[in-house]
Write a protein that binds this ligand. Sequence first.
Ligand code: ZN
Length: 168
Amino acid sequence: MPLLDIVTYPDERLKKRALPVEEVDDEIRRLVDDMAETMYTAPGVGLAANQVGILKRVAVVDTDYADADPNLIVLINPEIIERDGKITWEEGCLSFPEILEDIDRAARIKVRALNRDGEPYELEAEDLKSVAIQHELDHLDGVTLIDRVSFLKRRMIHRQLVKPKTSD
Ligand code: ZN
């Protein structure tokens, strides 16, 4: 399975809303498998299709990847149907190398999505798993961590990742 190239800020595809998957077919399953491998290799705890330049509502999350048994969560056409509480987590993003920012999220969520076989399921998540899922769902709406920080921080992140061409 090929590794996919991860799109980084300020690529325009990170700002686009991904479109719903109409049918979970072999092409989508291949995308899921390639995204999972790309995420594990990076390594990261989540990856959304926008981040590999594909505007489909597909994301993968695994917050247990450091354990012996991986626990891959496949989210196709995901929707948050319940959210509760508040949590602040220092988040990173494979599309924002070396950036870590405190972001406020719901502490607990319930998600409805399709799995790799196209079957609907619901999942409850808290702590890092909840944070990672909300982060990936943001990506599918064209929202990244730079949209969730103050104006000042946004400018600092931009300067750090977009180096002036005349600097050397
Ligand atoms: Zn991200």
